[in-house]
Design a protein around this ligand. Structure first.
Ligand code: COA
Length: 327
């Protein structure tokens, strides 16, 4: 039994945070942001909206499009690094918000590789024959962990959610393979130091701004370019898929220069590469489903196409998935 993506829906909060808005908050300018990242604007939540709200909106749309009742879902996996709270899991909150009564689920923490990790994980439950309908969600409210007085991080991130439905399919269709790796030596370069068991919240952790994203951008940049290329190559080679058979390439949208450098390394022609970072920024676990949706709208992702996904995230986490698109 194989698993295919049989449906997709996304949701972003309506409020826009443009480069011109950030110019008023920190010492930056539109030209620098566009030139160094490719980002023009991002969507951010209003106070009181959490990751489970964005995720639930995406799932409701998905169920409507697929004409499914919430009770037909067997499993919900939520990839996120910005859960509503440490516990209960965001999966539980989403389950309750959509009114699914015959399901189970859990959160998966792999930062920007979250969606590809959750996709590979969800697929195993379909492969094994254990479940017929698995919902995989990538959702993050990065604005909740961003220090809007730090110009090196606040220009990069946005909020959003995407959900896909996994169902069984025939051999030769759907998810073909994945390769993933974690490398904890990268933990120092991208993290949120406080709020966990190591540094529980105190006045001091708040004063030291330890509840925000801390990043050494250049280290992450170099690692991302190297690994996204390497793992994409690996997953194609071990499945004997020639590079020119890839119809569509979706890399995690962290920086336009990372996407372009990876595509160049892989020798992929420009028209096959999906780029939508200009309108969303880095939405962490949501970038890949948001890019899938744009790829479909642009007619760059069609039924039967070979789709290659690649991501690198905090951890470090690395992942690449190859699949045959199914609708
Ligand atoms: C963060 C990132 C955009 C920075 O770009 P960069 O080209 O590496 O820039 P640097 O960090 O070398 O900074 C260059 C200069 O720009 C300045 N700068 C940083 N942010 C700025 C901003 N928003 N506006 C204006 N100047 C800025 C720096 O202070 C530095 O100034 P200096 O030379 O006077 O010290 C880039 O490193 C990156 O995208 N990294 C990967 C991030 C990522 O993908 N994270 C998510 C996990 S996958």
């Amino acid at each position: 039994m194989k698993a295919k993506i049989s449906g997709l829906a996304t949701y972003v909060p309506p409020r826009l945070l443009r480069n011109s808005d950030l110019e008023k908050l920190v010492d930056t300018n539109n030209e620098w942001i566009l030139d160094r990242t490719g980002i023009e604007e991002r969507h951010v939540v209003d106070k009181g909206t959490a990751t489970s709200d964005l995720a639930a909106e995406a799932v409701k749309k998905l169920l409507k499009e697929k004409e499914l009742s919430p009770d037909e879902i067997d499993l919900i996996i939520v990839a996120t690094v910005t859960p509503d709270m440490l516990f209960p899991s965001t999966a539980c909150l989403v389950q309750h918000k959509i009114g699914a009564h015959k399901t189970w689920g859990f959160d998966l923490s792999a930062a920007c590789s979250g969606f590809v990790y959750a996709l590979s994980t969800g697929a195993q439950f379909v492969h094994s024959g254990m479940h017929r309908r698995v919902i995989v969600i990538g959702a993050d409210v990065m604005s909740s962990v961003i220090n809007y007085s730090d110009r090196t991080t606040c220009v990069l991130f946005g909020d959003g959610a995407g959900a896909v439905l996994l169902e069984p399919c025939e051999e030769g269709e759907g998810i073909i393979d994945f390769v993933h790796e974690i490398d904890g030596s990268g933990g120092a370069f991208l993290n949120m130091p406080a709020g966990g068991s190591l540094n529980p919240a105190t006045h001091e952790t708040v004063e030291k701004k330890m509840h925000y994203v801390h990043q050494q951008g250049q280290q992450v940049f170099k690692y991302a370019v190297k690994k996204m290329g390497e793992y994409s190559q690996r997953v194609l080679e071990r499945n004997n898929i020639p590079f020119d058979s890839v119809d569509c390439f979706i890399a995690h949208q962290a920086n336009l220069r990372i996407i372009n450098a990876t595509a160049e390394r892989l020798g992929l022609s420009d028209d096959k590469v999906i780029r939508n970072i200009h309108k969303y920024g880095n939405t962490t676990a949501a970038t890949i489903p948001l890019a899938m949706e744009d790829a479909i709208k642009l007619n760059k992702l069609k039924k039967g196409n070979i789709l290659l996904l690649a991501a690198v995230g905090a951890g470090y986490t690395v992942g690449s998935v190859v699949l045959r698109w199914s609708f």
